[in-house]
Design a binder for this molecule. Structure first.
Ligand code: IVH
Length: 667
């Protein structure tokens, strides 16, 4: 092969691999299979090894990292990387909004972005090719982390599209998704290595690896949030425009960014992000608000090290310090005993917390806490507050000891691995209350008006000693309870009456069999011809069901082999409870597609793939996204690519739309 041809092939491979990479990571729309990608990648790699001089600076082979080459060198930023002033309350935020409103002409619109908790990065592109990447450092000079940033899939090695400024510096945040962080720490734990404290530290540690092959394995991400230096500084009028352009060039812009132009909009954005925060797969510690008009930014300028046109609203701290006043032991529905910390009230994550779970005695030992200690409390989003760490000793130190007997019913406590359990079962009022609460809960009998406080009273007054007693309650009895009038009593009785018609899956769930949640309950219900069939299930049958393993099967067997439980179910039926059998999943056994795995690809002449998929699913087909040896049919339209090729290789039957419809209409 001539030198020119090889150069061309290397160029073509680099470009198409970069495109495939972008489609895969940025648009979640892969166009070729992983295998095909790997093949092209290996071909490029071997060409580059043979002709190292022809390797391009945007070569995707750099994504896997390279061996260390000495220390990080320093890079001076063309424009300093500043920090932001903080706002700690809505008031601070509205002050900022009105302050800038007074200084600029016309309406101010703000652009809001989540403040990602990662590492700031500056990326310089020269003629569209990534020239270097640097950390923020002291704001004036950062470290050259080019080799490391090149391994990050969401950072383009070459900008896409034309019409590029010859020099463009893009700024953004590199972070580690929580899911990647959890996985990384789990692995570290298994190998008995040190774990990272938080995703930010893990991202920072991964980025500051001299060996970029390690960075490559850490699955870091980048969201771009501004243009730094540009050889065409007047290209945009709005900050939001610059971000849209960065998106066009191949960067990921956080999907939660928004343009806001009133105090109400600002308020509801803060509320929205505060609520969303704990559900995101990445950590955010606040919201950055920026004046959207670049002319306004000019007018407002800078103070010291921060711009006047932007502010970082910080979420309320999710960690706070307080004193552990006492530890009490709570008994759950299954008898599990949980140590609960009683704390001096402390404001954390936006609420006042005075109780926090300690999970179990292993956790107490791990934390090494004593009553009286100073402790750190953590509360993120709506998550239950927990004691995160011991900070230091308090005035007194009393050991936390697991009682030998249940604090509620005095039955003996039995140890099951790390879980301590009260052996009192339904004789323990705490377990009884929790079981009844579960029995009447929304996903079970769903009895409206029978809340926790009422259940506590019913058990305490011994009106209810078993779920059966619920169906013997009557209005004259109920009105004897606190805060219960004639009308609410009557309503409750009628709610109880109508709850008797219950789906079998809910009934099974209501029984509170250990480890049987709503999904498992539905799985079991689908297997039964009637309720009492529950008691004839064998471990083999149970384990043959979806998602039921030996542990769940054993719990079901422990429940069903107990005569008391059999008589409980019988007596519930005698009280008039009627279980409705699940409607069978419509699996037309007549259809050739029933139970078959079908893949759709290409453009179909008449149907969209989603519509055809719906028809197939309705007759019991499983529609999957990729072709494998388990595929029964491939329905292929125009421009069917790799899937068609693979199906042919694997001898999978290929149908066009007309043939698929003919088979669908056969019965
Ligand atoms: S703008 C002059 N936007 O927050 C404006 N910063 O103190 C400078 N950060 O470490 C930054 N998300 O890396 C901006 N959407 C965002 C951001 C963001 C996170 C970080 C930034 C820097 C710190 C600013």
């Amino acid at each position: 092969m001539s030198f020119d041809k090889i150069r061309d092939e290397i160029a073509e491979l680099s470009e198409s691999l970069n495109t495939y990479n972008r489609l895969y990571y940025l648009e979640s729309a892969p166009t070729i299979s992983d295998q095909e990608y790997d093949q092209l990648f290996q071909r490029l790699r071997s060409l580059e090894e043979e002709y190292p001089d022809l390797k391009r600076s945007d070569s995707p082979t750099q994504r896997v990292g390279s061996a260390p080459s000495g220390e990080f060198s320093q890079i001076a930023h063309r424009i300093p990387m500043l920090s932001l002033d903080n706002a700690f309350s809505n008031e601070d935020l509205l002050d900022f909004y009105s302050r800038i409103g007074q200084k600029v002409d016309g309406e101010v619109s703000l652009f809001a972005e989540p403040k990602l908790d990662g590492i700031a990065v500056s990326l310089m592109y020269i003629d569209g090719v990534l020239a270097y990447g640097a950390t923020r450092g002291d704001g004036q000079t950062g470290e050259d982390i080019t080799a490391n940033v090149k391994t990050i899939a969401s950072i383009p090695l070459r900008l896409s599209g034309d019409d590029l400024p010859s020099e463009l510096e893009v700024r953004g945040e590199i972070f580690m998704p929580r899911s990647v962080f959890d996985e990384l720490n789990l692995e570290a734990q298994k190998r008995e290595e040190k774990v990272f404290v938080n995703p930010r530290n893990a991202a920072s540690g991964s980025l500051r690896q001299l060996d970029s092959r390690i960075t490559a394995k850490r699955k870091l991400m980048m969201n771009a949030y501004s243009v730094g230096y540009s050889s065409e500084p007047d290209r945009y009028r709005l900050h939001s425009e610059s971000l849209s352009d960065l998106r066009r060039l191949g960067f990921v812009i956080n999907p939660l960014v928004e343009c806001l132009d009133s105090t109400e909009a600002i308020g509801s954005y803060v509320q929205k992000l505060t609520a969303l925060r704990s559900e995101l797969d990445y950590e955010i510690d606040g919201i950055v608000f920026k004046a959207d008009k670049l002319a306004d930014q000019q007018t407002l300028g800078f103070v010291a090290r921060a711009p006047r046109w932007a502010i970082a609203y910080k979420f309320p701290a999710e960690r706070a310090e307080t004193t552990l006043e006492d530890v009490e032991f709570q008994v759950g529905r299954t008898g599990a005993i949980t140590p609960v910390a009683r704390l001096s009230p402390v404001f954390v994550g936006g609420v006042t917390v005075s109780n926090a779970t300690l999970h179990n005695m292993d956790e107490v030992a791990r934390l090494g806490i004593k009553i009286g200690d100073r402790v750190a409390i953590q509360r993120a989003g709506d998550v239950i507050p927990k004691v995160a760490a011991r900070i230091g000793a308090g005035a007194f130190g009393r050991n936390i000891e697991l009682p030998s007997h249940c604090p509620v019913c005095s039955s003996e406590i039995e140890q099951e691995g790390s879980i301590a359990r009260c052996s009192g079962a339904m004789l323990c009022p705490a377990q009884l209350k929790e079981s009844i609460k579960h029995f009447v809960s929304r996903k079970a009998f769903d009895i409206d008006g029978l809340g926790d406080k009422l259940v506590d009273q019913l058990v305490d007054k011994e009106f209810v000693l078993s779920p059966i007693d619920i169906f013997d309650l009557n209005t004259p009895n109920l009105v004897l309870l606190e805060r219960m009038g004639q009308k609410s009593a009557e309503n409750l009785i009628s709610a109880i009456e109508s709850s008797k018609q219950i789906e079998l899956s809910r009934f099974i769930y209501a029984l509170g069999i250990r480890e049987v949640g709503e999904t498992t309950a539905s799985t079991i219900a689908r297997e039964l011809d009637d309720v009492m069939g529950l008691f004839s299930l064998t471990p083999d049958v149970l384990e043959s069901l979806d998602d039921i393993g030996p542990v769940v099967a054993r719990h079901v067997m422990v429940f069903t082999s107990n005569q008391d439980n059999r008589s409980l179910v019988r007596r519930l039926l005698e009280k008039g409870v009627e279980c409705q059998m699940p409607t069978q999943v419509r699996e037309s056994s007549e259809s050739v597609f029933a139970g078959k795995t079908v893949v759709l690809t290409g453009t179909l002449p008449n149907y969209s793939r989603d519509d055809l998929k719906a028809l197939l699913v309705a007759v019991g087909a499983k529609v999957s996204g990729s072709v494998s040896s388990k595929t029964d049919y491939l329905v292929a339209g125009e421009k069917a690519g790799s899937k068609l090729k693979k199906a042919t290789e694997l001898n999978v039957q290929v149908l066009d739309e007309a043939a698929a419809l003919a088979l669908l209409n056969q019965n």
